[in-house]
Ligand binder design. Structure first.
Ligand SMILES: *[C@@H]1O[C@H](CO)[C@@H](O)[C@H](O)[C@H]1NC(C)=O
Ligand SMILES: *[C@@H]1O[C@H](CO)[C@@H](O)[C@H](O)[C@H]1NC(C)=O
Ligand SMILES: *[C@@H]1O[C@H](CO)[C@@H](O)[C@H](O)[C@H]1NC(C)=O
Ligand SMILES: *[C@@H]1O[C@H](CO)[C@@H](O)[C@H](O)[C@H]1NC(C)=O
Length: 406
């Protein structure tokens, strides 16, 4: 069974060495019939030696990534995709997670399908197909940001997301992530210094796919997600690793775990890809089970068509809050966004939503085209869809949400 991407907060960091800057001409998908369906499977690279830096998954297993090498004009460009998958905020939920593929490489498939933005086929991924593409596996429970541990004698939980990220970057450096001349002598690289080590001409841009988690009250007025993020930050020692400038300007450190507060302090250009009706956020943050004990929302959450008019209007309220939080980024030249009105969560790795005949579009632009236009500065790309149900390009596919994360 393929990995589900329904719980992801993942961010792809696109690193491009501008010496090889080329604008890859968009290739259109072949007419139906000529299409060849081939799955690219990429082997896992485990980092057993990372345990010497205490860079381990929740259960102590070694961290891992999957790398598919670039070629041709893309050979020195890198796309790093940080896998997402919710968070754990207390000892019990982290212990449970440590016994699943979300908290241990022991339970992960060794082979991952690379599709959508990870595809190596120019027909499916016109701008990034020949880059080095890396999927960094997520097994720490705090978005690669924690650094602490918990031990009660019977078991140990390792909250080492930040070290995992450093260990993987360290492993990738000699594989070409930076030019050999710039490689540091020390074998332990701090994340903060990564961009200093890259050649000055390197263009580093970031993209968040379904990662724009709103600081929003749930439908009962409870601040479920704030409370939740706060406990993640506390349990996993995340605070020290949050953006310092953000911390200095926000009273609650855990607010800097929310992109709407954190992004204004990020200097690299970024792209926000999100649905305004993000199924994960609606299911776990806006209408979490605790806010709907009678299950009044169950049918609506799994099928938009069965939402009542009053439920739809509550969902419009969620969209409005998201658009309000995004207004900060609307005026900036470097930032891009694609906020569609499809019922979806994570749209860049699924071929059907990234770039296909029937993919979702805004102003007739697919997500792949929007991201490429932004990255290569072909066009300022800030696409915001009209409200549900106007967009007929949506697939509104809802595969079951994984339970028990919030
Ligand atoms: C994946 O890597 C492992 C360990 O290096 C190797 O034994 C295995 O044959 C590889 N599998 C594929 C399909 O390449
Ligand atoms: C937990 O963290 C402390 C402080 O970093 C360290 O000294 C200790 O060895 C760690 N324990 C385990 C089991 O990793
Ligand atoms: C509010 O949210 C918190 C965190 O999810 C939860 O523990 C609490 O029970 C909720 N309170 C109410 C009244 O729903
Ligand atoms: C939308 O784009 C496709 C190509 O992706 C093109 O064939 C079609 O004519 C465009 N439709 C409109 C209405 O512009």
């Amino acid at each position: 069974m393929r990995k589900l991407r329904l719980l992801a907060i993942w961010t792809a960091i696109l690193v491009q060495h501008s010496a090889n800057w080329r604008i890859v001409e968009s290739l259109r998908r072949q007419p139906e019939g000529k299409k060849t369906e081939q799955r690219l499977l990429v082997n896992m690279t485990l980092l057993p030696r990372a345990s010497s830096m205490a860079a381990v998954c929740l259960d102590g297993s070694p961290p891992a990534y999957h790398l598919h090498r670039g070629k041709g004009t893309g050979v020195s460009n890198w796309l790093l995709q940080f896998e997402g998958g919710g968070w754990c905020n207390n000892v019990l939920s982290c212990l449970q997670r440590s016994r699943t593929r979300r908290g241990s490489t022991r339970y992960m498939n060794r082979l991952e399908v690379f599709s959508g933005i990870l595809s190596d086929d120019p027909i499916n991924n016109p701008d990034f197909y020949n880059w080095n593409r890396v999927k960094l596996r997520y097994c720490d429970g705090a978005s690669f940001a924690g650094d602490s541990n918990y031990s009660d004698g019977a078991f140990v939980l390792h909250f080492r997301g930040k070290r995992i990220w450093e260990a993987i970057i360290n492993d990738l450096l000699p594989k070409g992530l930076i030019n050999a001349q710039k490689r540091p002598k020390a074998d332990h690289v701090q994340l903060d210094s990564l961009s200093q080590m890259l050649p000055d001409s390197t263009i580093v841009k970031c993209m968040s796919d379904a990662g724009f988690f709103l600081d929003v009250n749930d439908i009962t007025g409870n601040d479920t997600i704030r409370t939740f993020f706060n406990s993640v930050v506390k349990l996993q020692g995340v605070e020290n690793n949050l953006n310092k400038a953000c911390l200095a300007s926000h009273y609650f450190p855990s607010q800097c775990f929310f992109p709407q507060y954190n992004l204004p302090f990020i200097r690299n250009p970024f792209f926000i890809l999100n649905s305004a009706y993000d199924t994960y956020q609606i299911g776990h943050i806006f209408v979490p089970p605790s806010a709907d004990p009678t299950g009044h929302w169950s049918r609506c959450k799994s099928d938009l068509a069965s939402c009542s008019p009053s439920q739809i209007s509550i969902l419009q309220g969620f969209r409005n809050e998201m658009l309000t939080a995004l207004t900060t980024f609307e005026s900036s030249r470097n930032e891009g966004m694609f906020i569609n009105s499809c019922f979806a969560h994570c749209q860049s790795e699924l071929q059907d939503s990234w770039y296909a005949e029937n993919s979702p579009r805004i102003h007739n632009k697919t997500i792949a085209e929007a991201v490429g236009d932004w990255y290569f500065e072909r066009e300022i790309t800030k696409e915001v869809d009209c409200p549900y149900p106007c967009d007929h390009s949506c697939q509104n596919l809802i595969s079951g949400l994984e339970p028990g994360i919030i």
